[in-house]
Each structure stands twice: as structure tokens, then as C-alpha cells.
Design a protein around this ligand. Structure first.
Ligand code: RIB
Length: 282
């Protein structure tokens, strides 16, 4: 079955600068030529899910500007439906992404159009899964949770507290280890905790139900790896795969995504992930 996925979330233009070492406080460092890439946690997760074979619709907002056009065209090229993305008078949100040669990164998001993200209830209510992240207003996230009749997945990044109202709507919560530490004990429902190149753990109502080890790769750029994990996991899980199998697949997809510069550039197709998993098991 091809799952229908609605992503309600951020769309950013990423200005990527690479350097030998990230600057310390008060320090200035030189970078190679800056490059623009499409990004934003919402758009990245939409692209990741579409490349894994899902039917994906994006709901969010961009400015009526060149960065917005770049982001929309990247979504469309990966097969994501963008008809419902709003064009607003604020500029497209922009992320300054600093990537160290080791692959480490730091990101600052200059907010703009994401604050106007919106959708109509009937546009997402029939989706098999609705995915949101924390780069759009809380009111929109809660409205998406209420409108969702499928799996409601929250990627709590960048981390902030989860209100009781939102917690009561979540089916799947995906966070990294740092976000998890800030949020406290596993909540009810399915909670997935990623840890970069280290083991991923899934909790169901606070009990560990599955673990997976990401394959080892020579990472060039880890920006977007977490988004690839979210998109790939939900496609597999919404297709009826077990939590354990969905974790394995998402780990492989996320590892592959780190091999190219730019959040969306390295996101793999389902065929690429399957080939990689077969090769890794030989
Ligand atoms: O998760 C990676 C994304 O975070 C980047 O693409 C950047 O836009 C920020 O939102």
C-alpha cells in the first residue's frame, strides 16, 4: 500500500557555509563559497517520505521570493504536492547552516513565512499519517493533531516543552537524545529516540520495544539526517511494517542521506535504501 502522508511544517532556504572548525563565541572563521539549498524540517521530511515512495502533500508557507521558489521547486521535483503551500508577504524563512569538515553543524533559523503555516482540516483528515515539527506555531500543530485521523507524528525539534493538550494527541513522538533529555521521561504512546550514529531506541508506553544500530558511513553532512529518519520511519510504519523493521529502514535511509552536502540532496529512494541494506547484510 502507498501511504498518504500530510506534512504540516516549515520550509526554509538553507544558506550553507563549510569550514574547518565551527567558530567559538566571539570568533570569526573563513568558509568556502556559500551555497543555497532547500531545507526546513517540514520540507525535508516531506522529501524524505516522497523519495521512500509515499504520496506526500506539503502544508506550510513561503514568501513570494526566489528562495521560496527554490524550495517549492525542490519539493515538486521529489514528487511532493505543493498546491496548498501558501505564498505570504513575509520572506521565506532562512537557515544559516554552518557545517564543519568533521560533519558537525550549527544552525540558526531566521523566521519568516513559517509563522503563517496553515491548512484546511479536510486537506489532511484523510491522510494515513500527519507529520509536524516545532518550526511552526503551536496552535497550527495542535490543529493538525485534532484534524488527523491517521498516525499523528510529532518530531519535537527544535525542542520546546510539550503541552498536555498536544501530548494527548500524539501517536508517535520522534526526538533525538538531547531533545529526549530535555523532555524528560518517555511519554505514553510510541516514542523513538535517535542518537546520531549511535543506537536508536523505541519505547512503547515507557517500555523499550525495539532498538536499531545505524550503519557506519563516512558522513559529509549530517544536516537533514534526522528529517530523513522521520520521513522514512513514518512511511514504513504507516505501510504496516513493525516498529523494529521501520527503525532499521529509517536508520539506513538516514545514514545514506549524510553522504551529500545539503539537507535534501542525499535523501535516498526506497530502491537505494533496499540495495544498501542488502549490501550491508552481506
Ligand atoms: O533539520 C535540518 C533543518 O533544520 C535544516 O534544513 C534547516 O532549515 C533547519 O530547519
Amino acid at each position: 500500500m502507498t501511504p498518504r502522508i500530510a506534512v504540516v511544517g516549515s520550509i526554509n532556504a538553507d544558506l550553507v557555509v563549510q569550514m574547518a572548525k565551527l567558530p567559538g563565541r566571539g570568533e570569526t572563521v573563513s568558509s568556502a563559497e556559500p551555497q543555497w539549498y532547500p531545507g526546513g524540517k517540514g520540507a525535508n521530511q516531506a522529501v524524505a517520505a516522497a523519495r521512500m515512495g509515499a504520496s506526500v502533500s506539503m502544508f506550510g508557507a513561503v514568501g513570494a521570493d526566489e528562495p521560496g521558489e527554490m524550495c517549492l521547486s525542490a519539493l515538486a521535483q521529489s514528487g511532493v504536492m505543493t498546491d496548498s503551500v501558501l505564498k505570504v508577504s513575509s520572506p521565506t524563512s532562512t537557515a544559516l547552516v554552518m557545517v564543519e569538515h568533521s560533519g558537525e553543524n550549527q544552525i540558526v533559523v531566521a523566521d519568516g513565512a513559517n509563522q503563517h503555516a496553515a491548512f484546511d482540516v479536510d486537506q489532511i483528515s484523510s491522510a494515513d499519517a500527519v507529520i509536524v515539527q516545532f518550526e511552526i506555531p503551536e496552535s497550527v500543530i495542535i490543529a493538525a493533531g485534532k484534524a488527523s485521523n491517521g498516525i499523528f507524528c510529532v518530531n519535537a525539534a527544535p525542542v520546546r516543552g510539550i503541552s498536555d493538550e498536544l501530548a494527548s494527541l500524539i501517536d508517535v513522538l520522534i526526538v533525538n537524545e538531547h531533545e529526549f533529555a530535555q523532555l524528560g521521561e518517555p511519554k505514553s504512546g510510541l516514542v523513538i529516540v535517535t542518537a546520531g550514529a549511535n543506537e536508536v531506541t523505541a519505547y512503547q508506553d515507557g517500555e523499550v520495544v525495539a532498538k536499531a544500530q545505524p550503519p557506519v558511513v563516512e558522513a559529509l553532512d549530517t544536516v537533514g539526517a534526522g528529517d530523513t529518519f522521520v520521513g522514512a520511519f513514518i512511511v514504513a510504519y504507516a505501510s504496516g511494517q513493525s516498529v523494529a523493521d521501520s527503525l532499521e529502514l529509517a536508520c539506513a535511509a538516514s545514514a545514506l542521506s549524510t553522504l551529500k552536502l545539503g539537507a535534501q540532496s542525499g535523501m535516498p529512494t526506497a530502491a537505494e535504501v533496499n540495495r544498501f541494506m542488502q549490501e550491508s547484510s552481506n
